[in-house]
Design a binder for this molecule. Structure first.
Ligand code: HEC
Length: 184
């Protein structure tokens, strides 16, 4: 192949990769609360994707879309990943079926588009903990449900605490084939 053509193709590939990496999603960088205008709150979890309604230097208004079952709001209908938990009095807007939207404010400093950065600690922990007996498994090879099943015996083998296990499982599910990071 002609060198110039090759170069252009390579550049195209690179640009494609970059545009894939920067899908433009905004994430919450750690567990926090969403505060409604009436002062009521909902718990939000690290790595969930949000829509920024209004961004100010200190505090931003955001919206979170999900599927409700009682106090829990799930990322998808399959009810695999909890993205928010409602505290008493927090009102949500219903969008048909069990589809809901939560609106409120969070500290602007907790919003990020750098998904690799926000998962850096869990990524390290995963690499240290889960490669003691076998090679590192590719997270996006499995769906959220598959990770739930695969993880159950492995957290016992890895002898990690319940807190470490729940943070690690959230990392695996969020980055799974059909998780938050890879969903359209
Ligand atoms: C103490 C050793 C050990 C540790 C630590 C360990 N594993 Fe495993 N893992 C195994 C063995 C042995 C197998 C293959 C046999 C089996 O499935 O039980 C396996 C298999 C797997 C599989 C493939 C299962 C399948 O059915 O294809 C996945 C995925 C996996 N481990 C993920 C993890 C994750 C995630 C962690 C960290 C929480 C982890 N492992 C930690 C020993 C370990």
């Amino acid at each position: 192949m002609n060198k110039l053509v090759k170069g252009i193709l390579t550049l195209g590939l690179l640009l494609g990769t970059f545009s894939y990496a920067a899908t433009g999603k905004t994430y919450i960088s750690k567990n926090t609360v969403l505060k409604a205008s009436n002062g009521k709150t909902a718990q939000l979890y690290i790595g969930i994707a949000v829509t920024v309604v209004k961004k100010d230097a200190k505090v931003s208004t955001i919206a979170v879309n999900g599927f409700q079952n009682g106090k829990k709001i799930y990322f998808s209908k399959g009810e695999s990943l909890v993205i928010a938990t409602l505290n008493n009095g927090f009102t949500i807007s219903k969008e048909g079926g069990n589809k809901v939207k939560l609106t409120g404010t969070v500290a602007s400093s907790l919003l990020t588009t750098d998904h690799d950065g926000l998962w850096a600690d869990e990524q390290d922990f995963y690499e240290d903990t889960c490669t003691q007996c076998h090679a590192e498994r590719i997270v996006e090879d499995h769906s959220m449900k598959e990770w739930e099943a695969l993880f159950a015996p492995m957290k016992i083998r890895a002898q990690i605490s319940p807190e470490e296990a729940s943070a690690l499982l959230r990392y695996l599910k969020s980055n799974a084939k059909n998780g938050i990071v890879r969903s359209k």
